[in-house]
Design a protein around this ligand. Structure first.
Ligand SMILES: Cc1ncc(COP(=O)(O)O)c(C=O)c1O
Length: 362
C-alpha cells in the first residue's frame, strides 16, 4: 500500500478562478501565468483546464516545448526571454513571444537568423529593479528593436513590486514611470499580476498576467481567497498512521520543541517536508499550524520531520488510524498555512514534492 498522502487538483476550481480574473478585467486578454510547472499544479493539466486563456506565460524552454508538443497552439510568452543565442531557434520554431529585458538579448536578436519575425515584450523597470530597461534606456531599446528587422510586434510590459501589499502609492508611482518612459510608443501594454487584477483596474491595459489567483490563493495578507471568490485548485491530503497518548510533560518530535501541557492524544500524519510541507510550520504551545482531521480543525504539535508530522487529536475522539487529514486546500487555505510558516502560498504550492501521488477531480 502506498502512503496515504496525495494531492488532488480541481479542474473546475482552475476554470472558476480564470473566470474571476476575466470578470475583474473584462476588457483585457489574459496571459495565464503557468511558470514553475503551473505553480506546482502540473503544466499540462493546467494548460488544458485553462484552455480559455488567451495565452500562457512561463519561462522555462523545456516546459514550453512540452506544452507545444502536447498540442498547445496558443500564444506563449517567455517571461525572462532568451538566455543564449540557441534559444532563438526554439523561439522561431515554436512561434514564441519573448520578453526582452536586457541589451544582451537585443544583441542576440540582431545577430540571429530567423525564419520569421518574432513578437517581443519590451520589459520596463519601473521600480522593481530586477529585470528591464529604465528611463531613457527604454527608448533606445525600443528603437533598436524596431531597427533590427527581426521583430513583428513590440508590446510594453512592467511588473509591480507591491501591488499585493499596501501598494496604492507604489503602483501609482510605477505607472507614472511607465507612462513617462514609453511616451509616443504605440504598443499593447501588460502590467497586472493577480494583485493588480484584483485591486487596481487602472493597470489592466491590453493583457493581464494573473498567476496565484488562478490557483485559488489570495495575493493579499489582508483579504482571503474566499472573500475574493477564489477556490483552491490544490488540496494536499493524507491520513493518520499512528495514535499516541501523552502524559503531561511528554515531548514530541525532533528537538522536543513541544511538551504536552496536560494529558493529550496525538496523531501522526503521513506528510513531512519531503512532501513539500514547510518544515518551519510551528507546532509549539504558543504557536502552531492548522490542520483538518476527520473534518475538524486542529493543529500541529512538534517539529515537522521528513515524512511525518504530529497533530493534536485531544478534541477529536473519533479520529484514529486511517482518519483523513487535510494539510491545505479544500477547507483550509494554503495562504493560512503559509502565513503560520512565515512564507507565502506560492512557495507551498511550488514546493509540492514529485513523490506525492496526484489525482484530478472535476
Ligand atoms: C512577470 C510576472 N508577471 C506575472 C506574474 C504573476 O504574479 P502573481 O502570481 O502574483 O499573479 C509573475 C509572477 O511572479 C511574474 O513574474
Amino acid at each position: 500500500m502506498p502512503r496515504p498522502i496525495r494531492a488532488g487538483f480541481s479542474l473546475s476550481a482552475l476554470r472558476h478562478n480564470l473566470g474571476v480574473a476575466r470578470r475583474r478585467a473584462p476588457a483585457s486578454r489574459v496571459w495565464a501565468v503557468v511558470k514553475a510547472n503551473a505553480y506546482g499544479h502540473d503544466l499540462q493539466r493546467v494548460a488544458q483546464a485553462l484552455a480559455d486563456a488567451d495565452g500562457y506565460a512561463l519561462l522555462d524552454l523545456n516546459e514550453v516545448v512540452r506544452l507545444r508538443d502536447a498540442g498547445c497552439a496558443k500564444p506563449i510568452l517567455l517571461l525572462e526571454g532568451i538566455f543564449q543565442p540557441a534559444d532563438l531557434e526554439i523561439v522561431d520554431r515554436y512561434g514564441l513571444t519573448v520578453v526582452v529585458h536586457d541589451l544582451e538579448q537585443i544583441l542576440m536578436l540582431e545577430r540571429a537568423r530567423l525564419a520569421t519575425q518574432i513578437c517581443v515584450y519590451l520589459k520596463i523597470n519601473t521600480g522593481m529593479n530586477r529585470l528591464g530597461f529604465t528611463g531613457a534606456g527604454v527608448r533606445a531599446a525600443y528603437d533598436r528593436l524596431l531597427a533590427s528587422g527581426k521583430v513583428a510586434q513590440i508590446s510594453l510590459m512592467t511588473h509591480f513590486a507591491d501591488a499585493d501589499a499596501d501598494g496604492a502609492a507604489g503602483v501609482a508611482e510605477q505607472m507614472t514611470r511607465f507612462t513617462e518612459s514609453t511616451v509616443g510608443m504605440n504598443a499593447e501594454i501588460s502590467m497586472a499580476n493577480s494583485a493588480a487584477v484584483l485591486r487596481y483596474p487602472e493597470t489592466h491595459a491590453d493583457w493581464v498576467r494573473p498567476g496565484i489567483m488562478l490557483y485559488g490563493c489570495s495575493p493579499f495578507a489582508d483579504e482571503t481567497a474566499q472573500a475574493l471568490d477564489l477556490r483552491p485548485a490544490m488540496t494536499l491530503a493524507s491520513g493518520i498512521i499512528a495514535v499516541r497518548d501523552l502524559r503531561p510533560g511528554d515531548r514530541v518530535g525532533y528537538g522536543g520543541t513541544f511538551a504536552a501541557p496536560k494529558s493529550m492524544r496525538i496523531g501522526v500524519v503521513a506528510c513531512g517536508y519531503a512532501d513539500g510541507y514547510p518544515r518551519h510550520a510551528p507546532g509549539r504551545s504558543d504557536s502552531n499550524t492548522p490542520v483538518i482531521v476527520a473534518g475538524t480543525r486542529t493543529h500541529t504539535v512538534g517539529r515537522v520531520s521528513m515524512d511525518m508530522l504530529c497533530v493534536d487529536l485531544s478534541a477529536i475522539p473519533q479520529a484514529g488510524v486511517g482518519s483523513p487529514v487535510i494539510l491545505w486546500g479544500e477547507g483550509l487555505p494554503a495562504d493560512e498555512v503559509a502565513a503560520c510558516a512565515g512564507t507565502i502560498s506560492y512557495e507551498l504550492l511550488c514546493a509540492l514534492a514529485a513523490r506525492v501521488p496526484q489525482a484530478e477531480v472535476e
